[in-house]
Design a protein around this ligand. Structure first.
Ligand code: PAF
Length: 314
């Protein structure tokens, strides 16, 4: 359209970003609608990128959409589905924040092409009993504390991959173990999708953006950045040559223990491939943590590259 108007006025056509070729956000609520919406763009040679989310979108999600484009997606689909399968009965499925209208506005503004917004029945018809379980990496840390969580994630993500069949899919590194689990699943099941992981987007005080931050009351919100500060202290210790896991974990615990109202679930140094205690410090490491503030559970992590670790054999 922009090109035609420019031609009428004898001006050179205004280049239109590929992703904005039609600037309408299409909404699909069923699998058939989703596949139909993607058929045309795929036949036209466009590269489909998928950003799976549970909605209540924030800057972190929007950054993943941009990452999809930077990695070559010129048709971006976003899914919003609060997946009951990844919540234990005592967890926050019911109260998980939802705001469909606001999410749609944000996605429109971001130039997203397709929003897949299925109901629970669409994703899990009553007779569906198949689950995807990743072993190994999914069993440590979050897997230990949230039994069944990663089976819920792997099941819904593999369904989304089959429904959309994107060339690439983007996930946020804030959920580092989720990224590792999905990477394992894609390798083990030979799923022909390129995975891209986007960096964690933070508030001005370091708190990792998360839809769950909206649970925090003002006083709780003020306490929350201690998680990131503790992880930063762990990262600094590693970079300054401390190579005893217990010392680093103790240091991080001490920082959080000083903040009344914040309870540590875990603060650990792990191998980002296994999410278990690293065999040594001659490898990339991850400092990861989970804390409870009132009823809200927050997680975060920082990756420490091998080449930033003194004496690591590079
Ligand atoms: O990270 C999330 O928001 C969810 O775990 C995901 C990947 C959308 C699966 O429900």
């Amino acid at each position: 359209m922009g090109g035609a108007r420019a031609a009428d006025s004898c001006l050179p056509p205004t280049p239109i970003p590929r992703y904005a070729r039609d600037d309408m956000l299409r909404l699909a609520r069923t699998i058939e609608e989703t596949r139909a919406a993607i058929r045309g763009p795929r036949a036209a040679g466009r590269t489909v990128g998928l950003v799976p989310t549970m909605g209540f979108l924030h800057e972190g999600h929007l950054s993943l959409i941009r990452v999809a484009r930077e990695h070559g997606a010129d048709f971006v689909a976003v899914s919003i589905f609060v997946n009951p399968l990844q919540f234990a009965p005592h967890e926050d499925f019911q109260r998980y924040p939802r705001d469909e209208e606001h999410d749609r506005k944000l996605l429109e503004r971001e130039g997203v092409d397709l929003l897949f917004l299925p109901s629970i029945d669409v994703m899990y018809p009553p007779n569906a009993t198949t689950r995807v379980t990743v072993t190994g990496v999914a069993e440590a840390l979050e897997g230990e504390r949230r039994p069944g969580h990663f089976t819920g994630v792997a099941t819904v993500v593999s369904k989304l991959f089959n429904i959309v069949q994107p060339e690439l899919a983007v996930f946020g590194r804030k959920d580092a173990q989720q990224c590792a689990v999905i990477e394992r699943m894609v390798r083990d099941l030979d799923i022909p999708i390129r995975l891209v992981f986007g960096e964690t987007i933070r508030e001005h005080d370091g708190l990792a953006m998360s839809s769950r931050n909206s649970y925090l009351m003002r006083e709780q919100r003020a306490l929350a950045p201690v998680l990131h500060r503790a992880l930063r202290a762990g990262e600094d210790a590693i970079k300054h040559g401390i190579d005893r896991v217990e010392s680093i974990e103790k240091l991080m615990h001490k920082m959080v223990a000083e903040t009344a109202g914040v309870e540590v679930d875990y603060l650990v140094v792990v191998d980002p491939l296994t999410f278990r205690t690293p065999a040594d410090f001659h490898r990339d490491l991850l400092v990861a943590g989970a804390v409870h503030i009132g009823k809200t559970r927050l997680i975060d992590n920082i990756r420490v590259a091998k080449n930033a670790i003194p004496h690591a054999h590079v």
